[in-house]
Design a protein around this ligand. Structure first.
Ligand code: CTP
Length: 421
């Protein structure tokens, strides 16, 4: 077994479709990862993809011929036989053009014809320029595919080949692997749980055009919401303003201020079995927001009277009946002692601490390095992970908390004899 591999895909057959994006070279790394996990991988490339990477690279690594042409492959009918052979079809990178073809049912090359014949799980890992990803046509196509049960991963943010910075980078190999695993072996271990999760920043008005806020992107909270949903939980996501797409199947409650977040969470708290407070709630707000725009010549904008916002987690902790409570501690120093202090002060079962100044961690980034501390003193250090993968690890740890196990056993216990309710 290759070092670091858990062979989760041993004996699984995967078609890896590579389409014509500059990110095609990254599919080589993905192929190696899939092979290391024990998968048998057959690569199909579009003609455009072959301009970025030679098929020979994939042939040598996959130890299989690489198919590129619908007509050259006509005798073997690869567009029919490959999807029948496969346990999963993964397109990485998936260009805007390929995504459009799948949404519309076009089949003018081997890869799109193959997709049209696919009934096993289909996973798309898009890569394109940010403007293309945001285009209404691309948005409509990916939503249509998601409605049909296709997994369309969110691209990562960062520097793009165009020189711009935006959302469009191919998702990390480990995110793609975890999506394949999730589709092949759906874990429904959170079925029966009702997760209430907060995400993003809050905005506290100074006047109608200005506010106090923070750098939270909401990515961690959204990743947790998506992971729990995919694992069978009912999920309510209370989110401050973010630029993120709400994952499918989630009850979404948009809020703006700490007070609105407090109200929304309080309203849903009794319903929930688990609360994860991933939002970065503003700690202070202007004592008096102006109803009209403050004028720099007239008003003293150099002085703001602030008042504290409610500590939502502390308040909810006092109202808890049987909920498991999870908080976050985003710190810039002494993460572990500060996280432990907040765990006790806020009466939590688990806290997720991280250093927002560490490389690859913190607000806005797609990755995070977290340390988890539970109320029994257990400490779990998780290395630098994509937030979507970290979300699953956090859910794994929550499931093993003594309080969560006790509560889920109590929930599953049949009612006592004679009790008809
Ligand atoms: N939190 C909250 N309400 C607030 C502030 C924070 O519910 N008004 C929650 C956060 O969502 C997080 C946890 O409390 O889950 C810790 O938040 P953090 O900002 O790290 O801690 P604070 O208690 O605000 O302390 P400090 O800012 O001094 O570090």
């Amino acid at each position: 077994m290759a070092p670091g591999s858990t062979q989760t895909l041993l004996g699984r057959k995967i078609v890896l479709g590579v389409s014509g994006s500059i990110a095609a070279y990254k599919a080589v790394g993905l192929l190696r990862l899939l092979m290391r996990e024990g998968a048998d991988v057959s690569v199909v490339m579009t003609e455009a993809a072959t301009r970025f990477v030679g098929p020979l690279t994939f042939e040598v690594l996959s130890r299989r011929p690489v198919a590129t042409d619908l007509f050259a492959a006509r005798q073997e009918m690869l567009h029919l036989t490959l999807p029948e052979w496969a346990d999963a079809v993964v397109i990485a990178p998936a260009t805007a053009n390929q995504i459009a073809k799948y949404a519309l049912g076009l089949a003018d090359d081997l890869l799109s014809a193959l997709v049209l014949n696919t009934s096993c799980p289909l996973i798309l890992a898009p890569a394109m320029d940010g403007n293309m990803w945001d285009h209404p046509a691309v948005t409509a196509h990916r939503e249509a595919l998601r409605q049909r049960g296709v997994t369309v991963l969110e691209p990562e943010e960062g520097p793009l080949a165009s020189g711009r910075v935006g959302k469009g980078r191919l998702p990390d190999d480990t995110v793609i692997l975890s999506a394949i695993e999730q589709r092949l072996f759906p874990r429904l271990d959170w079925r029966g749980q009702r997760l209430l999760v907060s995400a993003g920043p809050t905005q506290e008005a100074i006047d109608p055009v200005r506010f106090i806020s923070n750098r939270s992107s909401g990515k961690m909270g959204y990743a947790l919401a998506q992971a729990a949903r995919e694992r069978g939980a009912e999920v309510t996501l209370v989110s401050g303003p973010t630029a993120l797409t709400v994952p499918p199947g989630i009850h979404y409650v948009p809020v703006c201020t700490a007070e609105e977040m407090d109200k929304a969470l309080t309203a849903h708290f009794a319903w929930s079995t688990v609360l994860i407070m991933a939002a970065a709630v503003a700690d202070f707000r202007p004592a008096q927001a102006s109803s009209t725009k403050l004028k720099k010549r007239k008003e003293a904008l150099n002085k703001l009277d602030l008042e504290p916002t409610p500590d939502i987690l502390e308040r909810l902790s006092l109202r808890r009946t049987s909920q498991t409570l999870v908080g976050f501690a985003a710190e810039t120093e002494a993460v572990l002692p500060q996280a432990k202090d907040k765990l006790v002060r806020k009466g939590l079962d688990l806290i997720v601490g991280n250093n927002v100044l560490a490389e690859g961690s913190g607000f806005g980034s797609d990755t995070n390095e977290a340390v988890l501390v539970d109320r029994e003193g257990g400490v779990t250090e998780l290395g630098l992970l994509p937030k979507r993968v970290l979300a699953d690890r956090i859910l794994d740890v929550i499931s093993t908390l003594p309080c969560a196990i006790k509560r889920s056993a109590a929930a599953k216990k049949p009612p006592a004899a004679g009790n008809k309710n």
